[in-house]
Design a protein around this ligand. Sequence first.
Ligand SMILES: Nc1ncnc2c1ncn2[C@@H]1O[C@H](COP(=O)(O)OP(=O)(O)OP(=O)(O)O)[C@@H](O)[C@H]1O
Length: 315
Amino acid sequence: MIELTNVSRRFGEVTAVDRISLTVETGETCVLVGSSGCGKSTTLRMINRLLPHSAGDIRVDGQDIREVDLQQLRLNMGYAIQGTGLFPHWTVARNIALVPQLQGWERARIEARVTELLDMLGLSPAEYADKYPAQLSGGQAQRVGVARALAADPNILLMDEPFGALDAITRENLQNEMLRIQRRLRKTTVFVTHDIDEALRLADRIAVMDQGRILQHDTPDAILRQPASAFVESLVGSQDRGLKLAALQSVAEVMQRHPQPRQAVPEKVSVGAQDSLRQALSVMLWQQLSELPVVDDQGLELGVLTRERLWRETA
Ligand SMILES: Nc1ncnc2c1ncn2[C@@H]1O[C@H](COP(=O)(O)OP(=O)(O)OP(=O)(O)O)[C@@H](O)[C@H]1O
């Protein structure tokens, strides 16, 4: 668990972070979101003491971070940043192995870990382990950055706009990877972004920041349904709030199930159980249907989603 209590950070006259209090529960993903310069990165960097805080109290699992040995503190916190920060003259494998090596792991264990992580991030070890960062695409390099952050199995992940520089499709793929990894590993994560859609997608809880303060700290659903101020409301965009709410829920959560799966239906006029209500709405609009068959991975019909039900759930 990470606890910030009345934490501030000043740079000369500028108060970058102004008396914020925030608790990130163990295993939870907290996303800090807000416009440029609102203090997100400063907040993140105070947690691993890249920046000392000027006032207040930061505790990790109950311990004041100022009292923890700096190397110990950092080894327990994976850190991934935009632009990756990979060493250009080191291979992918060596970059990923950085922290395990610092921790004195044996060579065979490090090699096995590098292979496991490359597999987990969807990069074939045979193809990528010996490449150099300049030989990777932006998305691949960012995957290696995430692998490096996870390498020594830290309890905490700190991620500063890790997907910020990527095109929309690569970004969405990496967000999906991130969700999959989080479901499996359940790291306590603080993730910084200025993209509200990324925040809504990845967060258990979102902290909306403005001018060094936290304006609202809540679940994505509550941020959308009950924005605490006009600023938060403008950030989530009042016009397409319905679509954003629909994107948070899966079809499986609201469909009406058949007692038994039925025969396969064509992909064009159906929706997958794991798809979002937003995707279902899109198919309904496009195909002019008021009821959609819901299918499993094999295309078998599991149930139906009606327009009335979808309307009710996103209201
Ligand atoms: N090293 C520094 N020296 C002086 N001022 C700084 C320093 N680092 C940050 N600031 C100031 O602190 C404020 C918060 O910066 P911070 O980088 O935390 O914002 P941010 O929300 O992460 O922004 P961005 O999304 O653009 O990275 C800004 O006004 C910034 O100019």
